[in-house]
Design a protein. Structure first.
Ligand SMILES: NC(=O)c1ncn([C@@H]2O[C@H](COP(=O)(O)O)[C@@H](O)[C@H]2O)c1NC=O
Length: 193
């Protein structure tokens, strides 16, 4: 099954995976603790505005995961002291779903003292506190749904990324993992290299 990009948000860890039919030549790079999705050096030129972005960024005492440019304003709201629910809801509503051929939803999560998952689709805005690992994806699985995905604050974030990469959904490209341990954030990633 193809579900596109997805986040997994848990109370003290999270993951994000890029799955892509159209733009598989991408990878994650670490720019000082912020993880960025972008083209590999051999990727064909493209002008799609949705394929390069920060997918993991710290904000306030927490860390944000997501599938597009909304990650930055969510982190900035957290820096300003917004509660996680509001930091997620405000940019998701402002930026809305992506104006592409698929009306692709924006998905995101905040992992911190309080952890929340969010999605904005053409027909809904959902932002919810999480109490267990919860997945939401751009396609098919686009409601926050509990998933059997083990982890905790002491997990290796690169290992979380690898396990998200290995989940049995089609067209895996790259993945990120994050942990939150009483204010300490750690990040890692896994590329198909
Ligand atoms: N975030 C991403 O990495 C991302 N990659 C592709 N998209 C959008 O989703 C559309 C479909 O992409 P695909 O066929 O790879 O699932 C693309 O044309 C683009 O508008 C993305 N936008 C949201 O997920």
């Amino acid at each position: 099954m193809y579900i596109g990009r997805f986040v997994i948000v848990a109370p003290d860890f999270g993951a994000y995976r890029v799955s892509s039919r159209s733009f598989p030549n991408r990878r994650i790079t670490d720019r000082g603790g912020t993880l960025t999705v972008g083209p590999t050096p051999d990727a064909p030129e493209n002008d799609n505005p949705y394929v390069s972005y920060n997918c993991v960024r710290e904000g306030g005492d927490a860390v944000v995961v997501g599938n597009g440019s909304h990650v930055d304003p969510i982190a900035e709201k957290l820096d300003l002291g917004y509660p996680a629910r509001d930091a997620l809801a405000t940019p998701l509503l402002a930026l809305d779903y992506e104006k592409d051929d698929y009306d692709t939803p924006r998905v995101a999560g905040v992992i911190g003292e309080e952890s929340y998952v969010g999605v904005v689709r053409r027909d809904a805005l959902r932002v919810e506190a999480v109490t267990e690992p919860t997945l939401v994806a751009t396609y098919e699985e686009n409601e926050p749904t509990p998933i059997d995905f083990a982890g905790d604050a002491s997990a290796d974030p690169a290992e979380l990324a690898r396990r998200a990469y290995d989940l049995d959904y089609e067209h895996a490209v790259c993945a990120a993992g994050v942990t939150y341990d009483e204010g300490d954030v750690a990040v890692g990633y896994s590329n198909d290299e």
